[in-house]
Each structure stands twice: as structure tokens, then as C-alpha cells.
Design a protein around this ligand. Structure first.
Ligand SMILES: Nc1nc2c(ncn2[C@@H]2O[C@H](COP(=O)(O)OP(=O)(O)OP(=O)(O)O)[C@@H](O)[C@H]2O)c(=O)[nH]1
Ligand SMILES: [Mg+2]
Length: 456
């Protein structure tokens, strides 16, 4: 058994540890009301649903605190079970004492995410929604919050369910023909069938494709600043951040270690990495190590800012840096060309897609900031649509799309192999069901909920 026992009554503090004005504790399970009645006075008998009452918390005769208690009768609660929420004073001693009282009255301490796990197992949420609850708590920017909230409210689940329903309809058509030994069914309209399957495939693929932006929305967009030595990379980082974060000097080879700094742009988290300049001839072992780290950073970039000093002619180092960026940046990463130190050079025609920037005057920085998050903004443009932010969902949706891509090959010829087509449909349905947790194995559930905090 990987998942915790679900018939017990559980208790945990829902607010962060440490002293605070107030703390919230939660009990859930068949024995939740009885456990609470063991230490609340006057002991609530048959308490009304969802009504807040101020009660005394007593350890035997001793008064521990006065707490606001709310009783929720299952299934009309977050977990779907009988639940008690207690708001007490936020002293670690009071909280510990109440937790002990709950345990001595029949509850056990909850595991991480166990309340939400129960909500999932009791059908209050599907798995995609349950995962979004964890992301909602962690969301630190407006965009991450919006993506998590849409998913928690069932936005992603609705889209996945719609694709599933279409596939179930298609599978039924196939199965009717496969079972049809008396040939009572009219022949399958292969073209219309293939069109419907393609529509479903493209919806699954489009959702999966949103992950490129979705991942950045959740974890922050990784922007790596690269280029030849002395091209103005560290100055650019400082100018973007508006503070003196990285060392700058007119000597080439100033930056050795990679340096990270995060910034919020229009509600999106952006993680900048300043790197050592790339040049063909590294003098010292330290410089070589710096460049090795710079290359490693490039391999993880979502976007590369390729910086070229506009006040000097293109050098072999500039060309080398451009080559390295193209070679090392992951597939799908964007490379933005920046012509730096614009204040020192005459305005000329810009290569397509390039930016003129100056760390000294701030020229071009606003445009650059906007461009950095433009892709992510696009994802949200159509209102509250679902964005895939989890690798698990991305993988399941990609698998569903891949299965459906194999369908057309099984719908051709005089006697198309319909049983093989049905297999691909079943494969796609199974992958989609994983997103919602309908077929998720215990290890997957355990993995999802172990990332939660205790008390959620
Ligand atoms: N006039 C002007 N000078 C700049 C600008 N940006 C950088 N510089 C100067 O260019 C030199 C190099 O700047 P850095 O920011 O250290 O360049 P870097 O690319 O980080 O250099 P390394 O870390 O050595 O690879 C410094 O003397 C800066 O003051 C700019 O926008 N305008
Ligand atoms: Mg530098």
C-alpha cells in the first residue's frame, strides 16, 4: 500500500508553522466530529453544518484556548467527509496541544496532501484539479495564479473530457462494426471518421503544445544572457533588474560564474542567467571553467539573449558565440539578437528580429521586456483557457496525440484493419484518462500528493 489509509480520521495544521495571530487546524474523517467533541466545550452534539461557533478548547479541566469551530457534514465539505475546521490563536504551543488532543481522541496526523487526496478519492475533484490546488498555493505571480486557478476550476479537465467524449463516440462506431457479424451496420464513413479523429488529435496536440509556455508560467521563463566577452551582458542584466547585481568592468572576462536573478515582467516570472563571455581562446583554467558553465546554462534556456557590442565591428568571438547559442539552446528555445551599447553607435538599419539596447541610457529595454513575455501572454489572450503547466499532463496529452496520429493509416484500403484503429483509440483514451486520474496508478497519485504541504 503506497497511499495512506483512507478510513482513518486525520488532523493537521493548515496554516504555516510558527507563531501568528491565528492558526487553522483541520480534522477530516468519520470520527472527526467525535474527536473534536472530545476537547471542545460545550461539547457540540449534532452541530449545524457550516456554522461558526466560539468554543472552549479544554485539556481535561484546563482551558487551552478559545477557538472558532466550523463543522462541515460530508459530502458537503472539501474532502467529502465530515470535517472540522478550528481557528485558534497562532501559538505553536496551542497548536501542538490541540493536535495532541485530537490524536488522543482518535485522529492521526495527516500526511502531505492527504486532505486533497481524499477530496480526489471521494470525487470532489479530478486529478488535474487536485494538482492545481498545489500549484495555486505555490503561485507567486499573476500568470501562475491564473493558470493554476483555471485548472483548479476544471478548465483543463473540461477540455480533456470533451476530447475523450469525441473519442468514445468514435470507438463506439468502430466497435459496432467489429461486433457486427451479421453485417447489419452500414459501412463506416471512413473520411468523416478520419476527419473527426484528426480534429481530436489536433486539440490534444494544441493543449500539449501550450506546455512550452505553460512551464515557463509556472517555474519562470529561463533567459540566458550570452555573447562575446565584454559585449555588455552583465550591464544589461543590471539595467533590466534596475540594480547593481553583477560586476561590470571594461576588462574582458569579468564574469566567470553564472549568476541568476529573477524579475517579474507584466505578471510573469522571468529568471535571468548572466554568463561568462564565449571566446575561442580561453587564457586561464578559470576562464575555461566559466565558459563551460556558460554553455551548460545555454542548454537549459527557454530564451537566449545573444549580446553583440554595436560600437565595434563583428569579431570572431561574436560569430563563435552566435554559433554556440544556435548549437546548444534546446529545440524550441528562442534566440533574440541584441545590439548593445546603442548609445555609442550610430543608428543603422537593424537585422530582422534584432533589438538595439543600451544599458547606459535604457534605450530598447522596455521593448525587450515586452518581447520576453510576449509568447506567454499569447497563451492567455483568449480569456480563461486552460494552459498545461505540468510535465505529467504534457506527456499524457502528447501520447494521446501520437496514438491518434497513427489512426489514418488504419482507415485506408478495401478492408481497413478496424481492430487496430480501435486499439489506437483505446490508447489515446487511456492517456487522456490519466490526466483526470481516472486510471492513474497508485505510484502516480502518491507522487502527485507527496509534493503537497501537510494540511492541504
Ligand atoms: N556606453 C556604454 N557602455 C556599456 C554599455 N553596456 C556595457 N558597457 C561597458 O562595456 C564594458 C563591459 O561591460 P560588461 O557588462 O562587464 O560586459 P560583459 O559582457 O558582462 O563582459 P564579460 O563578463 O567580461 O564577458 C564596461 O566597461 C561597461 O561599462 C552601454 O550600454 N553603453
Ligand atoms: Mg559580465
Amino acid at each position: 500500500m503506497i497511499l495512506p489509509e483512507t478510513s482513518d480520521t486525520i488532523v493537521a495544521q493548515a496554516t504555516p508553522p510558527g507563531a501568528g495571530a491565528l492558526a487553522v487546524l483541520r480534522l477530516s474523517g468519520r470520527g472527526a466530529f467525535a474527536a473534536a467533541a472530545g476537547f471542545l466545550r460545550p461539547a457540540p452534539k449534532d452541530p449545524p453544518h457550516g456554522v461558526a461557533r466560539l468554543l472552549a478548547v479544554r485539556d481535561g479541566e484546563r482551558l487551552v484556548d478559545r477557538a472558532v469551530a466550523v463543522f462541515f457534514r460530508g459530502p458537503a465539505s472539501y474532502t467529502g467527509e465530515d470535517t472540522v475546521e478550528l481557528t485558534c490563536h497562532g501559538s505553536p504551543y496551542i497548536v501542538r496541544t490541540i493536535l495532541n488532543l485530537a490524536v488522543s481522541n482518535g485522529a492521526r496526523p495527516a500526511a502531505p496532501g492527504e486532505f486533497t487526496l481524499r477530496a480526489f478519492l471521494n470525487g470532489k475533484l479530478d486529478l488535474a484539479q487536485a494538482e492545481a490546488v498545489g500549484q495555486l498555493i505555490e503561485s507567486g505571480t499573476e500568470a501562475a495564479h491564473r493558470a493554476a486557478l483555471t485548472q483548479a476550476e476544471g478548465g483543463l479537465s473540461r477540455e480533456v473530457r470533451a476530447i475523450k467524449e469525441e473519442l468514445v463516440g468514435l470507438l463506439a462506431q468502430l466497435e459496432a462494426r467489429l461486433d457486427d457479424s451479421y453485417e447489419e451496420q452500414p459501412a463506416l464513413e471512413l473520411r468523416a471518421f478520419a476527419r473527426a479523429a484528426e480534429a481530436a488529435r489536433s486539440k490534444a496536440a494544441a493543449l500539449a503544445a501550450g506546455y512550452a509556455a505553460g512551464r515557463g508560467i509556472r517555474d519562470g521563463l529561463k533567459v540566458v544572457i550570452s555573447g562575446a566577452p565584454n559585449s555588455g551582458k552583465s550591464s544589461l542584466l543590471n539595467a533590466l533588474l534596475g540594480c547593481d547585481r553583477a560586476m561590470v568592468s571594461k576588462q574582458a572576462g569579468t564574469t566567470r560564474d553564472t549568476l541568476e536573478a529573477s524579475l517579474e515582467i507584466d505578471g510573469f516570472k522571468v529568471l535571468f542567467t548572466d554568463t561568462a563571455g564565449l571566446s575561442a581562446r580561453a587564457g586561464s583554467a578559470l576562464e575555461r571553467e566559466g565558459m563551460r558553465r556558460a554553455r551548460r546554462a545555454l542548454e537549459k534556456a527557454d530564451t537566449v539573449l545573444l549580446v553583440k557590442d554595436s560600437s565595434s565591428k563583428e569579431t570572431p568571438a561574436d560569430r563563435g558565440a552566435a554559433r554556440e547559442a544556435g548549437r546548444l539552446a534546446p529545440e524550441g528555445a528562442r534566440v533574440l539578437r541584441l545590439l548593445s551599447k546603442a548609445d555609442l553607435s550610430a543608428k543603422g538599419p537593424l537585422p530582422a528580429g534584432a533589438f538595439r539596447v543600451s544599458a547606459r541610457t535604457g534605450e530598447g529595454l522596455a521593448r525587450l521586456r515586452t518581447a520576453l513575455v510576449a509568447e506567454q501572454k499569447k497563451v492567455f489572450r483568449d480569456g480563461a483557457q486552460a494552459v498545461v503547466t505540468s510535465a505529467r499532463h504534457y506527456s499524457a496529452l502528447s501520447r494521446a496525440a501520437a496514438e491518434l496520429a497513427l489512426l489514418p493509416g488504419k482507415l485506408r484500403g478495401k478492408t481497413p484493419p478496424l481492430e487496430l484503429a480501435a486499439e489506437h483509440l483505446r490508447g489515446a483514451l487511456a492517456a487522456l484518462a490519466e490526466v483526470l486520474g481516472e486510471t492513474a496508478p497508485e505510484e502516480v497519485l502518491a507522487g502527485v500528493f507527496s509534493n503537497f504541504c501537510v494540511g492541504k
